[in-house]
Design a protein around this ligand. Structure first.
Ligand code: BTN
Length: 247
């Protein structure tokens, strides 16, 4: 991964640059890194703060030959890979908030956004967008996110080498992705569950169809979250938002 690399200064979003390259036939493992994004985007239509030179703003291209239905598994794989890379480099203890937010002491340090293209119910490619708040200072955060976010530098007390972080992330991605292709989702499921901050704790999930309240018990083989509802029935959730700050 990363042998085919595009380093850019300012872009709207690395997601769009890589999507264009993917459509032109770029190979798996192609990486786009930007110093700054002025239209960085996050999950659920939110924007993503990406100031110049302070973070890792990048998109990685995967071309797994799997059914579209397996996309949630890759979302979780991405979280585990990034978690391991950051832990190795900083020594910080990182928790995963379902599905793929990385937190230190309950505050977000990194987010992942997957955007995919499919044909006949199979994936054509996935653009894995990775944002790591490496060296942001408190004043870099807009007021509404300041209380919920933290950078690696703020959390660990020292600046992080961004190139080293990118190299470590690529290595972890490559290793886990190989594991996934050869052994399937099971090993990834176990690694993810071991880092989850949501399991076995009462949780409110906001979905497009309303809220679900219950206790997440683990991941389904499909990559969905198994939530135990009051009364004991289990519901599998694929797309929702958990907001720990409002609980
Ligand atoms: C989230 O937590 O909501 C996901 C954030 C993903 C941000 C990254 S930064 C690189 C890539 N380009 C974007 O516009 N977004 C992703």
């Amino acid at each position: 991964f990363g042998r085919n690399l595009k380093l850019l200064d300012v872009v709207a979003s690395t997601q769009d640059v890589l999507r264009d390259l993917a459509e032109q036939g770029a190979p798996e493992g192609t990486l786009v890194v930007a110093e700054q994004q002025n239209q960085g985007r996050g999950r659920m239509g939110r924007s993503w703060v990406s100031p110049a030179g302070k973070g890792v703003w990048m998109s990685l291209l995967l071309r797994p030959d799997v059914p579209l239905l397996r996309t949630p598994q890759l979302t979780l794989l991405a979280a585990v890979a990034l978690c391991r890379a950051i832990e190795r480099l900083t020594g910080l203890e990182i928790g995963i908030k379902w599905p793929n937010d990385l937190l230190v002491d309950g505050r977000k340090i990194s987010g992942i956004l997957l955007e995919s293209a499919a044909e006949d119910e199979r994936l054509r490619y996935i653009v894995v967008g990775i944002g790591i708040s490496a060296n942001l200072d408190p004043e870099d955060y807009p007021e509404d996110v300041a209380a919920k976010a933290i950078s690696l530098k703020m959390a660990s007390g020292r600046a992080v080498d961004r190139a080293g972080l990118i190299a470590e992330a690529l290595k972890e991605f490559e290793d886990l992705y190989q594991l996934y292709l050869t052994e399937g989702f099971e090993p990834i499921r176990l690694l993810w569950e071991a880092r989850s901050i949501n399991l076995n704790r009462h949780t409110v999930l906001t979905t497009a169809r309303g809220t679900i309240e219950g206790v997440p018990r683990g991941l389904a083989e499909t990559g969905g979250l198994l939530v135990e509802l009051e009364g004991g029935r289990i519901e599998t959730v694929y797309s929702a938002e958990i907001n720990p700050w409002e609980q």
